[in-house]
Design a protein around this ligand. Structure first.
Ligand SMILES: *Cc1c(COP(=O)(O)O)cnc(C)c1O
Length: 340
């Protein structure tokens, strides 16, 4: 089976499983788990921040950050297609009672100008208080697009000038850094907090990390508990995370390269209308045929290739560490034989 549905489908390698088997563990709710602590310390150091918190999912790390930074009724500025808004089950409204200011920026990116013009005047009692700006890099729903560092630096400055918090949903941040060559600690300086997923391109079975300063992480630990995300002998999972950070960052460039190849091939096919220019490991393309997605995915499935629709005419492929060069060749030759 060739699975292009998501980079979350990866299975732990034998080496990762061995690291998990030999993990030293304790009760992490008592902050007694040495492996969880080692993972959190490692992540904090990697990003040049004071502390980190291991959580079951990226939804939880994002939602904890939103909860810590806001009060009910406050407003969060993010893109209309941001994962925190679009793909997290309404969690920020539900758990934190916030309102959102949804921006429309191109490629799924919010621009410094747009952020600036949408900050509410805190003296105007008619308007909710803007307290947080959130960005996503890479940007999932718009095809894994990568922010320009200068734009993020400008937004960061605007946030500082207006006493707003700035959170990065970096579920696939390392796919972006693999392209731009920027260092995590330089990047993290722009943000109050960073969320990264271990269970996507990095290949761990479970887990995300929330990274920030000590005071923030202390508050985050309380919110994680309240959301039911404090776990016990979690070192078995943290060991997979340590393995992932040690071994699976450098290889992400391969995933991006394979996605570029898929994008190039798709552009040549007569039944494809357009492909969003590939920037990392996500390929989003639109078929010429309206409502063509179902039939197209069925044809792929008959060849044991699996992908997901974004809408009735649009498909997403995501490359990952269990998608090899030989699979790439198979998918490309299969696509070329399709008459659709
Ligand atoms: C996957 C993802 C998350 C977190 O998803 P979980 O399934 O909750 O771990 C957050 N943001 C983005 C952009 C994602 O793609």
């Amino acid at each position: 089976m060739i699975d292009l549905r998501s980079d979350t489908v990866t299975r732990p390698s034998r080496e990762m499983l061995e690291a998990m088997l030999s993990a030293r563990v304790g009760d992490d709710v008592f902050q007694d788990d040495p492996t969880a602590i080692a993972l959190e310390d490692k992540a904090a150091r990697l990003f040049g921040k004071e502390a980190a918190l291991f959580c079951p999912s990226g939804t939880m790390t994002n939602q904890i950050a939103i909860n810590v930074y806001t009060r009910p009724g406050d407003e969060v500025i993010c893109h209309r297609d941001a994962h925190v808004y679009y793909y997290e089950g309404g969690a920020m409204m539900r758990n934190s009672g916030v309102s959102v200011c949804l921006l429309e920026g191109a490629r799924g990116h919010v621009s410094p100008e747009e952020v600036f013009t949408h900050i509410n005047n805190p003296e105007d009692i008619h308007r909710p208080i803007t307290s947080l700006v959130e960005v996503e890099n890479t940007m999932n729903k718009r095809g894994g697009t990568i922010y320009r560092y200068e734009d993020l630096a400008s937004i960061s400055e605007i946030c500082q000038n207006h006493a707003l918090k700035f959170h990065l949903d970096g579920a696939r941040l390392f796919n972006a850094l693999a392209e731009t060559g920027e260092q995590p600690e330089k990047y993290a300086k722009l943000f109050d907090s960073v969320s990264i997923c271990l269970s996507k391109g990095l290949g761990a079975p479970i887990g995300s990390l929330l990274i920030g300063d000590r005071t923030f992480i202390k508050k985050a630990r309380r919110v994680r508990k309240a959301l039911g995300g404090a776990m016990r002998q979690v070192g078995y999972l943290a060991a997979a995370g340590i393995y992932a950070l040690d071994n699976n960052i450098d290889r992400l460039k391969q995933d991006n390269d394979r996605a570029h190849c898929l994008g190039k091939t798709l552009e040549t096919l007569p039944f494809i209308e357009s492909v969003i220019p590939v920037e990392s490991n996500i390929v989003i393309f639109t078929l010429r045929k309206k409502d063509g997605a179902r039939g197209f995915l069925k044809a792929l499935k008959e060849n044991d290739i699996h992908a997901l629709p974004i809408d009735p005419q649009t498909i997403r492929f995501v490359t990952h560490l269990d998608f090899t060069d030989s699979m790439l060749i198979k998918v490309e030759s299969m696509l070329k034989t399709l008459s659709f």
